[in-house]
Ligand binder design. Structure first.
Ligand code: K1U
Ligand code: ZN
Length: 186
């Protein structure tokens, strides 16, 4: 498995539309495994393909110990926007903002066997699904903020972004999980 670099705000890939996956293959499954590994190392609860520089329409999610992949997801039902909560983003580290979103959504997607499934979600899972589906259409949580709040979030990012030359966030591999190449064998 590979830890992938995370692209941060400023990399155009985060603003691009993704391409639907026409066939779920071993390559799709390998990408999903790498994305899970990367998401967990970054202590996230979701990660979308554009965040690792890919244009496939897929994301991984792990909320309340339930991990799953959404391929070509669509929101097929949602409530009115009634839930406000703070969000962050692995692609905009250390910047946060309150985002109002529907409290309940029903999402239709394909799984890693290419089978269609539907999930009805509330609370954090509903928020995470919407945040990840936004990424798949080039949208970021900042786009949901008021003009003033967005301006202040961008001012904070103006300072933070210096830490990410080339708009790349490199994660430190967790030594406890690096079994293939232990130090003493290098
Ligand atoms: O896509 C991403 O950038 C991952 C992001 C997704 C997210 C979902 C819902 C609310 C905010 C952000 C994160 O995983 S942010 C970090 C996180 O682990 C977290 C966020 C909210 C509550 C608990 C944890
Ligand atoms: Zn995000």
């Amino acid at each position: 498995m590979t830890i992938l670099d995370i692209r941060v705000l400023g990399d155009p890939v985060l603003r691009d539309e993704t391409t639907p996956i026409s066939e779920v293959t071993d390559e799709t499954r390998a990408l999903a495994r790498d994305m899970f590994e990367t998401m967990r190392l970054a202590s996230g609860i979701g990660l979308a393909a554009p965040q690792v520089g890919r244009r496939e329409r897929m994301a991984v999610i792990e909320v309340n110990d339930k991990a799953f992949v959404i391929i070509n997801p669509e929101i097929v039902e949602s409530d009115a926007k009634t839930a406000k909560a703070e969000e962050g983003c692995l692609s905009i580290p250390d910047v946060y903002g309150d985002v109002e979103r529907p409290a309940r959504v029903r999402v239709r997607a394909l799984d890693l066997d290419g089978r269609q499934f539907e999930i009805e979600a509330t609370d954090l899972l509903a928020r995470c699904l919407q945040h990840e589906i936004d990424h798949l259409h080039g949208r970021l949580f900042l786009d949901h903020l008021s003009v003033l709040k967005r301006r202040s979030a961008l001012a904070k990012w103006g300072k933070e972004k210096q830490k990410y030359p080339g708009f790349v966030r490199k994660l430190e591999a967790d030594p406890a999980r690096t079994h293939e190449h232990p130090d003493e064998e290098l």
